[in-house]
Design a protein around this ligand. Structure first.
Ligand code: ADP
Ligand code: MG
Length: 632
């Protein structure tokens, strides 16, 4: 019994080893779980010993069963090794105990069978375990893949997170920078806010002050409003009154013009003033009583209107041979200015006449007399820069400008255009020429301003608008320069020509639609002296004679025109000279005329003085019909 049980014990003890063997023996291909490496040589040793032993034992039993009779002498020591399961047991049975041996073999077989069964069970278990393990492996593989996928996803997320982190860091930096800027700005704004707060406080204080003042003002205003209302009423009343007064003023102005004109007419539309210049330094003093200025009917306070010339004629003698007594020649004019009379005094007398031009009456003022008698002095004045010596032209213009200024307050607007020409030997020359034309006196012609127009104009002459004294001064200076350029050694051309200063005056009262226009002419005539016909005539004198004849002719034409106008003749010989042709619109019916007869105080000029006085007396006797204002 002990021997039978021994293999069981061994089997139980070596189950693990046997199990390993069984697996390796039957399931060699499952090398993955039980590798057949040299290192595991210990495991296979058991089956090698056990396996062959079982089979050998069986074989030997079978062999023994068949060959036993043939080899009964075989030594126990030389027989095949008995199976180790039984230990040394088989060797203990005597050879003849076949039954025992058979039972041993049966027992061993039974043991093997059991073992096989156990191994099969174990095998089945292992297979199940293997399947389970495989299933687990599959599951783990799947789990691994899932995890790998998740890992990849997590990695991707991590990368994205990293990138986002980078972006966020950049953004943080940017924001920090902006924060810095904003902080600076905030500080600035805070500073500004402080400033503004201070300003606000100040303004509040001021506002309060203003409000206080406003309240005071409002109180004053309400008081004033009542006052304003009453003042408005008053103003309205005043405006009505003003309009009425304006109306009346205009009526009065028109009445003044009418009366002024009437006065001028009473004084005569053609007037003659005699002016005797003083004896100049270096000139011989005339004998006492040579020129006398008898007082007027009202005594010495009356302005003189008479002049007497005492003439001693040496050629006339008495029968006794004694020199004939001087002949007294008396002349009477509208006014006589003795040598001491100033320019202002003379102008005062013509100021009213000049003003007639503003009222729309053409005015013509002449200076007649021999060369050196004071014509230019009277018209233009003495040396420049001496205001006392200022002549009629600058004085008349200044007067007109100031009256026009006064009349502008009544709604009148005036404009003035000046021209200044010279008529020499029946040719017209512009005294206001400038540039290359200066002193050349390019061809100027007197023409009608337009077809059917009565107005005359000088072609190629400058017509300069003037509005102040300074402009007039400039023009007079230019005229002087032009005359100086034309002066020749042979003769003083200016004294041999007529200088005509024309001022076109235009006035308008827009409110009443009234217009007026008239020329003011200030004419410095050529010297009226005649050549002594008894003198021997050289070539120069002959030329001079022709020139003088031209002058005399134009002067006598002027006289004839005045006579014809005075006698209301149907034909007035305006065309006989350039001078009368140019002045035709300023002479005659609708015009006012004044002639200065300038006289030299010297005895040597007595003959010419008498000629001038006689000519002027004739003019003085002329009465030209009632003047008509050029009004529309
Ligand atoms: P006209 O033009 O007639 O030839 P001017 O006017 O040239 O004569 O006068 C000749 C000179 O007499 C000039 O030197 C001028 O200054 C002087 N003269 C003329 N009239 C007066 C006057 N009223 N008072 C002072 N000097 C005068
Ligand atoms: Mg002169």
């Amino acid at each position: 019994m002990e021997d039978v049980l021994e293999p069981e014990k061994k089997r139980t003890r070596g189950l693990g080893t046997v199990t390993k063997f069984a697996i390796s023996h039957h399931r060699a291909p499952v090398g993955t779980t039980v590798p057949q490496t040299q290192g595991q040589a210990a495991a296979p040793k058991v089956p090698k010993k056990t396996g062959p032993r079982c089979s050998t034992a069986v074989a030997s039993v079978l062999k023994n069963q068949k060959a036993a009779p043939a080899a009964p002498a075989q030594k126990p020591g030389t027989t095949a090794a008995p199976p180790k399961l039984g230990g040394k047991k088989p060797s203990k049975r005597p050879g003849w105990d076949l039954k025992g041996q058979l039972s041993d073999l049966n027992a061993e077989l039974k043991c093997y069978r059991e073992r096989t069964q156990t191994l099969d069970q174990e095998n089945q278990q292992l297979r199940d375990q293997l399947r389970e393990a495989q299933q687990q492996a599959t599951a783990l593989g799947a789990e691994r893949r899932t995890l790998e996928g998740e890992l990849a996803r997590v990695r991707a997320q991590a990368e994205q997170g990293q990138q986002e982190l980078g972006n966020l860091s950049a953004r943080v930096l940017e924001l920090e920078e902006r924060l810095g800027t904003q902080e600076g700005l905030v500080q600035e704004l805070q500073k500004e806010q402080l400033g503004l707060q201070a300003e606000r406080r100040e303004l509040t204080t001021r506002l309060e002050e203003q409000e206080r003042r406003l309240q005071t003002s409002e109180a004053a205003l309400s008081g004033s409003q009542a006052e304003v209302a009453s003042l408005r009423q008053e103003a309205a009343a005043q405006a009505t009154l003003l309009a009425e007064r304006g109306e009346r003023l205009h009526g009065l102005e028109m009445e003044r013009r009418r009366l002024h004109n009437q006065l001028q007419e009473l004084k005569g539309n053609i007037r003659v003033f005699c002016r005797v210049r003083p004896v100049l330094p270096g000139e011989p003093t005339p004998p006492p009583g040579f020129l006398l200025f008898p007082s007027g009917p009202a005594g010495p306070s009356d302005p003189p209107t008479h002049v007497s010339v005492l003439r001693c004629d040496e050629r006339r003698g008495t029968l006794s041979g004694a020199p004939a007594p001087p002949t007294r020649h008396d002349f009477s004019f509208d006014r006589v200015f003795p040598p001491g009379s100033g320019q202002d005094e003379v102008f005062e007398e013509i100021a009213m006449l000049v003003q007639s031009a503003l009222d729309g009456y053409p005015v013509c003022i002449f200076a007649y007399g021999q060369t050196g008698s004071g014509k230019t002095f009277t018209m233009e004045g003495g040396p420049a820069g001496d205001p006392q010596a200022e002549g009629l032209i600058p004085r008349a213009l200044r007067h007109l400008f100031s009256i026009a200024q006064e009349l502008s307050g009544q709604g009148w607007t005036y404009s003035f255009v000046a021209s200044y020409v010279e008529i020499y030997n029946e040719t017209v020359r512009d005294l206001l020429a400038t540039g290359t034309r200066k002193g050349q006196g390019g061809e100027c012609e007197i023409r009608r301003a337009g077809p059917g127009s009565e107005e005359l104009t000088v072609t190629n002459a400058r017509y300069v608008p003037v509005s102040c004294e300074k402009e007039v001064e400039t023009l007079l200076l230019l005229a002087r320069q032009n005359r100086a350029v034309a002066r020749t050694a042979q003769n003083e051309r200016s004294s041999r020509s007529h200088s005509v200063f024309q001022l076109q005056i235009s006035g308008e009262h827009a409110g009443r639609g009234v217009q007026c226009a008239a020329p003011l002419n200030l004419v410095d005539l050529a010297g009226s002296e005649r050549l002594d016909p008894g003198l021997a005539l050289g070539p120069g004198e002959r030329e001079r004679l022709r020139e003088t004849q031209a002058i005399n002719s134009s002067l006598s034409t002027l006289g004839l025109v005045i006579m014809a106008l005075s006698n209301k003749e149907s034909h007035v010989p305006y065309r006989n000279s350039k001078l009368t042709y140019l002045l035709q619109n300023s002479l005659g019916g609708s015009a006012k005329m004044l002639m200065f007869v300038n006289i030299s105080p010297l005895e040597e000029n007595v003959s010419e003085s008498l000629n001038s006085l006689r000519f002027a007396s004739k003019v003085n006797q002329c009465v030209i019909g009632t003047a008509q204002a050029n009004r529309k």
